[in-house]
Design a protein around this ligand. Structure first.
Ligand SMILES: C[S@@+](CC[C@H](N)C(=O)[O-])C[C@H]1O[C@@H](n2cnc3c(N)ncnc32)[C@H](O)[C@@H]1O
Length: 277
């Protein structure tokens, strides 16, 4: 096992993978079923021919820069386990911080908070919120039927009950109001296409791009949210760090009190907005 792991890490380094040692260990853990101390104790044992064949297959896919999460099949995220495949964006660590900020929002103290997760993808934000706040009434929306199918599988996997709606942003629930509108919309400027890590090319394009400046979806969502937030309700958005301050400034000219929040690396990535009275 030790030899396979060393060779695998070497091939992953040559392929430009950012975390070669940890990816090699994860693949070994997934295929052999041993992890942590159990794997260490067995590292001088030979691999079975079945495990070796399977490891060679998943390593070749990782060397070709297929995301590790597809090879493992799931990710632990925000207190829930989420199945991951090509139907939806792989949930990112920075979005866990958005979940954390929204859960701690001082304006949202009522346990039965009504939440809309717009562009739910795997269901990450909707399910993570409900896991932490079981009395919440959570609606998860997406334009993509495939993403919603995956999100529904993830709700079942976690034993959580969420309302799903398919359509453009908040249009499927027009006329309804929410205490929290939460979204990690597609936010990359279209011109970023072609300059992303190979892993990101596996995410659906519908999940990535937000128009010429990346703010197309976020702007439209804010416009809808202005009429669909309950009094005192809050809009939380994740954005590209290039765009958080510009969007907050724009919202301030349109009747919002908007503030920028940083992620764990100090980048301006989130906007919290409430309607100014
Ligand atoms: C960046 S992904 C976020 C997925 C998930 N919320 C997360 O944080 O991992 C954006 C999501 O928005 C969805 N989407 C794109 N355009 C949309 C639209 N006009 N209305 C609703 N959802 C949309 C995509 O299908 C995708 O699932």
């Amino acid at each position: 096992m030790r030899e396979w792991r060393q060779q695998a890490a070497g091939r992953l380094i040559s392929a430009g993978v950012a975390s070669p040692e940890s990816d090699a260990r994860t693949l070994l853990e997934e295929v052999t079923g041993f992890s942590g101390a159990s794997l260490l104790l067995r590292q001088d044992q030979p691999l079975s021919s079945d495990d070796l064949a399977r490891l060679d297959e998943v390593l070749a896919r990782r060397v070709a820069r297929e995301p590790l999460q597809y090879l493992v099949g799931h990710v632990e995220w925000g207190g829930v386990r989420l199945r991951c495949d090509r139907r939806a964006l792989i949930p990112r660590p920075e979005t866990e911080w958005l979940l954390h900020l929204a859960l701690g929002d001082p304006a949202l103290t009522h346990p039965a908070v009504r939440v809309a997760d717009v562009g739910t993808g795997t269901g990450a934000l909707a399910l993570g919120y409900l896991r932490a706040c079981p009395a919440a009434q959570v609606t998860a929306l997406d334009l993509s039927a495939e993403a919603l199918a995956l999100a529904a599988e993830n709700a079942a996997l976690n034993g959580l009950s969420v309302e799903f709606q398919q359509g453009d942003l908040l249009a499927p629930v027009s006329g309804r109001t929410f205490d929290l509108i939460l979204s990690n919309p597609p936010y990359l400027p279209d011109a970023d296409a072609g300059y992303l890590d190979p892993e990101v090319d596996h995410d659906p394009a519908l999940a990535l791009y937000g128009g010429p400046d990346g703010l197309g979806l976020a702007r439209r969502l804010a416009k809808q949210a202005a009429t669909q937030l309950s009094p005192g309700g809050v809009l939380w958005l994740e954005l590209d760090p290039r765009n958080a301050a510009p969007l907050a400034a724009e919202l301030a000219t349109r009747g919002w009190q908007a503030e920028v929040h940083v992620d764990l690396t100090g980048r301006e990535r989130f906007v919290r907005a409430v309607q100014a009275n």
